[in-house]
Ligand binder design. Structure first.
Ligand code: ATP
Ligand code: MG
Length: 197
């Protein structure tokens, strides 16, 4: 088994729409073990620490806007005053900090075989309009980059899911204290992953 930890956050749009139970069910039924769980008003600093402050991350986020605006023929400079993806990424991070404080969020730490690939698969594409049917973002949102950016807000894509093993570990430690993380076996674990004979 390749056990990994991942962090899930049901963002304020998911909480305010009453989707916590429906979303969590999908991760539980696929076999992931919930090892930490809390509902809280996220502190500003935790949100700032959660999303990277690196040029690589800012650039990735800003590039989404550039790609979408080019496709739709929208003038990015008119909206953002710049064509620099890093500067646009910084603006989006500011929006995320405000958005995450709109309501409490539900934070869950999960663990299981190939957990990172599973949480990303079940969450779907970051941009809801592109997310496949059957994924959380595809089933519950159809937001687009151009609408979100025109309204000076991040994509309302309902869920956060860790996107690498390192980030999974880091994010679980950021949101949970050591004694808030639990170790136990799900009843179906031995059936799914029998010990080597
Ligand atoms: P998350 O980290 O929330 O799971 P992700 O890994 O799919 O999402 P990131 O690139 O880390 O995507 O971006 C973090 C969040 O910022 C996205 O989930 C989305 O809400 C928002 N976001 C990213 N890029 C843009 C953009 N260009 N315009 C508006 N919002 C964006
Ligand atoms: Mg991310």
């Amino acid at each position: 088994m390749n056990k990994q930890k991942a962090l899930l956050i049901i963002k304020p749009d998911g909480v305010q729409r009453g989707l916590c139970g429906a979303i969590l069910k999908r991760f539980e039924q696929t076999g992931l073990t919930i090892i930490g769980f809390k509902f809280l008003q996220a502190p500003e600093q935790t949100i700032r620490d959660h999303y990277p402050s690196t040029d690589v991350w800012y650039g990735k986020v800003g590039q989404r806007t550039l790609t979408n605006y080019a496709k739709k023929g929208i003038d990015v400079k008119k909206q953002f005053g710049t064509e620099d993806p890093i500067e646009i990424g910084k603006t989006v991070k500011g929006w995320l900090v405000t958005f995450f404080q709109e309501s409490p969020v539900l934070v869950a730490a999960v663990e299981g075989h190939e957990a990172i690939e599973i949480v990303r698969k079940l969450s779907g594409n970051t941009i809801p309009i592109l997310a496949a049917a059957g994924t959380v973002r595809g089933d519950y949102s159809h937001d687009t980059i151009d609408l979100a950016n025109a309204q000076f807000r991040p994509l309302r894509n309902i869920i956060h899911a860790s996107d690498s093993v390192e980030d999974g570990e880091k994010e679980v430690h950021l949101w949970f204290k050591d004694d808030e993380i639990f170790s136990y076996k799900r009843a179906d674990e031995e059936l799914m992953f029998p010990p080597q004979r």
